[in-house]
Design a protein around this ligand. Structure first.
Ligand SMILES: [Zn+2]
Length: 293
């Protein structure tokens, strides 16, 4: 009787040991699997082609580096649709760093300076093709053209009402391109620090301007920008840190390269963009310049 009991106890201990070992092994496998998955994800990431546009005008005499025709923009949209690309917004990139997925072939289209002709042509085409784009107005000009409306495709900027209408469509995202630092003719180039300016003075000047734009956009458009778009791509030592401190989640540069976004939110700073100049077919621009397939 005693012997039988002891045998049964041994058997139970053996079973328990086996279960414990199995649990340990599976735990180890689990951890390994988790580590492998996250490593692969952060290593791989997603390449995001970003295009930079400015003005759209029908007048051929004005076409060049910063002005292309509405037809050229339409051809770009047709090319992207035909080749399976999906236009996304900065909110999609931020969501990706938070664990959400992106469409298979994402592309980001951006319009700088907030021209009225973007509202006139790009917005209409975006609705027609159900494509999305980012518009980054210069706050000061949105104020000026709201106060004194002047619908001239050549030089006017979009009003706050037009920017709001675009944002409300869900196809357009409004981002920050400074309130009144979009200048290259004075002593300061864009948001760059000037000589003789202390770090405290610089931070205060930059914060005041960028936050003015944030508040104006939030007040008039109903959304707070997540992204700062560097005027002329000009940056000083210390600028990115101040921009981060002000609460921006991403920045767009003017450097021509394809950026890789990972699950790390840091990967959203200093994203490269390709300037779409006038002339040349969409296929040439996307395939030869941006190396898209
Ligand atoms: Zn600009």
């Amino acid at each position: 009787m005693e012997q039988k009991k002891r045998k049964r106890m041994y058997a139970l201990v053996k079973i328990n040991l086996k279960v414990a070992a199995a649990v340990l092994v599976s735990l180890a496998l689990c951890c390994a699997a988790v580590i492998t998955v996250s490593a692969v994800t952060s290593e791989e990431g997603v390449e995001i082609p970003i295009v930079m546009y400015h003005s759209l005008l029908k007048d051929e005499a004005r076409h060049g580096k910063y002005v292309i025709s509405p037809a050229e923009f339409e051809n770009d949209l047709q090319y992207l649709k035909k080749h399976g690309y999906t236009t996304i917004l900065m909110s999609d990139l931020i969501a990706y760093t938070q664990g959400k997925e992106l469409p298979e072939k994402p592309v980001l289209l951006t319009f700088d300076d907030g021209y009225y002709n973007n509202y006139l042509y790009a917005f209409e085409l975006a609705k027609q093709y159900q494509c999305k784009f980012v518009i980054s107005p210069i706050g000061y000009y949105a104020d000026q053209y709201t106060d004194t409306p002047d619908e001239n495709a050549y030089y006017s900027h979009a009003t706050w009402e037009e920017l709001q209408e675009m944002a409300e469509s869900g196809l357009v995202e409004v981002q920050n391109h400074s309130y009144n630092l979009h200048k290259s003719d004075g002593s300061r180039l864009g948001v760059k620090k000037v000589s003789g300016e202390t770090e405290t003075q610089y931070e205060s000047m930059l914060s005041q301007d960028l936050l003015t734009a944030q508040e104006k956009i939030e007040q008039h458009v109903g959304m707070r920008p997540t992204t700062f778009v560097y005027p002329f791509g000009a940056v000083s030592k210390g600028t990115p840190e101040i921009v981060r401190k002000l609460g921006f989640s991403a920045t767009l540069s003017c450097e021509e390269h394809i950026s890789k976004i990972t699950r790390d939110p840091e990967s959203l700073f200093g994203l490269g963009r390709y300037l779409r100049v006038s002339g040349g077919h969409s296929a040439d621009f996307f395939e030869k310049k941006m190396h898209l397939k």
